[in-house]
Design a protein around this ligand. Structure first.
Ligand SMILES: Nc1ncnc2c1ncn2[C@@H]1O[C@H](COP(=O)(O)OP(=O)(O)OP(=O)(O)O)[C@@H](O)[C@H]1O
Ligand SMILES: Nc1ncnc2c1ncn2[C@@H]1O[C@H](COP(=O)(O)OP(=O)(O)OP(=O)(O)O)[C@@H](O)[C@H]1O
Ligand SMILES: [Mg+2]
Ligand SMILES: [Mg+2]
Lengths: 267, 267
């Protein structure tokens, strides 16, 4: 069955959609059969990227790869139970359609504690949580408190992952490989970034995740969203000159994929 | 009555809490009576900052200003109507306590479409929406589409503001001064940032907001979160050397406050 990659972090704006975009395009370009699912039912950044890419593909001078894409809807009835059952049914149908026909399923999630976001966690083979080098971001994993007595309590997002792991163990004894990926890394490493990194390495043992070097803050990771392209695409052909930074950006994505230790050929 | 400043943007991670922190501390230091309300009931970054600040204040070598702070709770019963009434009651009680006793109320909101987040919009005298220089961020205001036929539709977050304005006009004919504030601005302006700026200036006319120059991406805006301080505080005394970047950071905050055109002495 497909290897399920969930990109999630309850902290807003850490780069979940940006990672989902670059990861899914990279896997497509490596020749895998890829499905993508957007659980951010309001913002839909991943869906919007693939809409732009499909539009660009219509007139592009080369073959532009596209995944099989699903965008979930939020059900807003008065009864919370009924809403969840409807959301579950739609999501289960999408998973049912892709789990045997595709090699990878890449799932983007919203920055809020929703039913579908939690559900996705218990399906994850690889869970990727992007983070900024900031103690504001660490605080959703483990309390960053001036007062030592309150420091280090497991915080709300880590709770969600620990609970998903407990459920997963009961269902099929599967393991969630939880990878924290540093994103929007500054060119010059600050003292603050070193301290955040130290805090994460200590937390990694307690919360059982691993920390991967991610992406630097580069304009190329954001600027092609309107035309549905990435640094991985043949942007030289679309009149974009491939700058040294774009060359490096490609290598950064490739080395990040290497750190994820994804299965090479999925059964 | 108090001047209500709401910091909101459904897009995650744009800097809502960072702006709420720096704005409320700046107003406190200017001698105003300030109340703060945290409507991000899960993440509570603003609440967490003031917890750290109160803890630091206990042993600080100088008088550390603190606002009157309220952290709202999310009510999670099975009936959506009842939850909303309970949340409304708690929020109305907090507003009732501060609207005449304080000069400014600063309200931080979550990156999701919640009942309290929408309610806050209709109370705003000044609405501040931080944004990154990215078309992913523009997309929540106005559709950024490769296909011209779909480009420019009013998107989900702008809809929320337009609706709040309609409601506000009915209630007390008040005007919401909507200010988009660029945040985490790069040191070197890219072509992409120029294009985003152009898109926002055009949108400003259609959606009736104004664009303010905000904050550069500086470590000092994030690194003191664990001890509840900002660049505005007497950090020279806490053994931090005030670097040139921190001097500039102070000026950036002061000039941002100037652009907000807040009332100088509130009746
Ligand atoms: N490595 C990067 N370099 C440059 N910009 C980036 C990078 N990663 C993300 N961004 C930008 O940072 C912002 C946040 O990224 P993104 O929207 O992907 O995060 P998210 O976690 O999906 O946000 P949300 O919580 O709203 O879903 C966007 O403006 C995006 O363009
Ligand atoms: N001007 C800035 N310079 C440096 N870092 C910043 C700046 N503004 C925000 N940050 C950092 O960017 C990240 C996002 O900021 P913040 O948490 O304030 O955004 P938010 O909109 O409140 O996020 P959420 O949607 O999760 O509530 C945090 O890690 C914060 O420390
Ligand atoms: Mg996203
Ligand atoms: Mg916040």
């Amino acid at each position: 069955p497909a290897h399920v990659i969930v990109i999630a972090n309850e902290k807003g704006g850490v780069g979940k959609s940006t990672m989902s975009i670059h990861l899914s395009v990279a896997l497509l370009k490596a020749g895998y059969r890829v499905a993508t699912i957007d659980l951010d039912t309001r913002q839909r950044s991943l869906t919007r990227f693939y809409e732009n890419r499909a539009s660009f593909a219509r007139t592009a001078p080369w073959d532009v790869e596209l995944p099989r894409h699903f965008a979930m809807d939020h059900v807003r009835g008065a009864n919370a139970q009924e809403n969840e059952s409807a959301e579950f049914a739609a999501f289960a149908e999408a998973i049912g359609e892709v789990e045997h026909a595709y090699e990878f399923v890449v799932i983007d999630t919203p920055a809020s504690d929703t039913y579908l976001m939690r559900l996705a966690h218990s399906l994850a083979d690889t869970l990727i949580s992007p983070m900024n080098d900031s103690f504001v971001d660490v605080d959703v994993m483990s309390r960053v408190h001036h007062d030592r007595a309150h420091r280090g309590q497991v915080a709300q997002y880590a709770e969600i992952v620990l609970e998903a792991r407990r459920k997963r163990r009961l269902v099929d004894n599967g393991m969630i490989d939880w990878v924290l990926v540093r994103n929007r890394i500054a060119a010059l490493q600050s003292n603050n970034a070193r301290q955040v990194d130290q805090a994460l390495r200590k937390l990694a043992v307690e919360l059982q995740f691993r920390v991967a070097e991610g992406l630097r803050d580069r304009v190329i990771f954001r600027e092609l969203f309107p035309i549905g392209l990435t640094a991985l695409d043949a942007i030289e052909e679309a009149n974009h000159q491939l700058t040294p930074s774009q060359q490096t950006a490609r290598r950064e994505i490739e080395s990040l994929i290497g750190e994820l230790r994804l299965p090479s050929r999925v059964a």
